[in-house]
Design a protein around this ligand. Structure first.
Ligand code: F0G
Length: 316
């Protein structure tokens, strides 16, 4: 089951390079078929579900996994169901899940509660779990590490990556190891949802970066092993720092990602790094128009009058 995921561009980032003194590249995972890195893993997980004769796939999600699972389930002719925290997922992601015909369940609770219930549902029914607890997801997602090395011609010195449920950092580390490389991993969590940084689960995680609003990551141990083994670190960035990086990417680099993705750049700007740094931009900015609009200058409305329009164009 494929939608031709992967092969995303690695884009040089001159403005961020100048600000940090590093050679910075952006791995733009928002250009996958459903607009996030999840597709790399979902192609494998859903193919496996088909092989095992599953009738349906299910996931808990902050939005992107739901969009991806819905698309690949549609492609495979399986039923798809997704459980998302009510009012806490970006509009575009919800639209995707609905357009692909998934059953969307909004839970009056957070992602961690959704995942706990999801695990119980799959234990009791012939349904495949396609969260990153599913090892086939990791196998697909590790290909991003291969690509980064191929595109650069060698491994980067540092990989900077947002961390939520911690599947992606687990997958990158597996991929780098299988490739015989070991870049330093810098993981970034939102300050209001930073269980790995605090060393304990967060009961009520809160952040503008809804994709990583997670208080008890399922891949906790794998992620901590990756940070330790790579001599890396997991650190926190505030919502303000995330939004500043989000705007900088849009305005200076011409690259539109979602807020959670900008955490990788926010962390680099805050804590610095050395050498060749790849920042993973996990999802496309179009997924979350509401947050984007809140960060932009107001729209200027005009009458169809030349002078009025001209004044608006020239900014006076
Ligand atoms: N960035 C984006 C845009 C995400 O959607 C996610 C996770 C992450 C980063 C963090 O990746 O969980 O592997 O550490 N989104 C999941 C979801 C949780 O349900 O879409 P992670």
């Amino acid at each position: 089951m494929t939608l031709e995921e992967g092969d995303t561009p690695l884009i040089p980032a001159p403005a961020i390079s100048e600000l940090t003194g590093c050679q910075v590249w952006l791995k733009y995972e928002g250009l996958n078929p459903t607009g996030s890195f999840k597709d790399r893993g979902m192609t494998v997980a859903v193919s496996q579900a088909v092989e095992e004769g599953a009738e349906a796939v299910l996931c808990a999600s902050t939005g992107n996994t739901a969009a991806s699972a819905a698309a690949y389930a549609a492609r495979a002719g399986l039923r798809g169901a997704v459980i998302v925290p009510e009012g806490k997922i970006a509009t575009g992601k919800l639209a995707q899940a609905l357009m692909h015909g998934a059953r969307v369940i909004t839970l009056r609770g957070n992602f961690d509660q959704a995942l706990a219930i999801t695990r119980q549902v799959v234990d009791r029914n012939p349904i495949a779990l396609v969260n990153s607890l599913n090892d086939f997801r990791i196998e697909g997602q590790k290909t991003a590490a291969f690509e980064v090395c191929d595109q650069l011609g060698e491994a980067p010195d540092v990989l900077s990556i947002p961390v939520g449920n911690a599947g992606n950092v687990t997958a990158y580390w597996k991929g780098f190891q299988e490739y015989g490389t070991a870049p330093v991993l810098h993981g970034y969590q939102a300050a209001g949802a930073a269980p790995l940084v605090e060393g304990k689960p967060v009961d009520n995680p809160e952040t503008v970066a809804s994709a990583i609003r997670i208080g008890n990551p399922a891949r906790w141990e794998n992620a901590m092993d990756a940070f330790t083994s790579s001599r890396g670190e997991v650190r926190a960035v505030s919502d303000d720092e995330i939004l500043e990086a989000y705007r900088l990417l849009g305005r200076r680099e011409g690259v539109f990602c979602e807020p959670a993705s900008a955490a990788s750049v926010a962390g680099l700007l805050k804590y610095g790094a050395e050498g060749v740094v790849v920042c993973v931009l996990t999802g496309h900015g179009l997924k979350d128009p509401t947050t984007a609009m809140g960060q932009a200058e107001p729209v200027v409305t005009c009458e169809p009058d030349l002078e009025q329009v001209e004044r608006a164009v020239m900014g006076s």
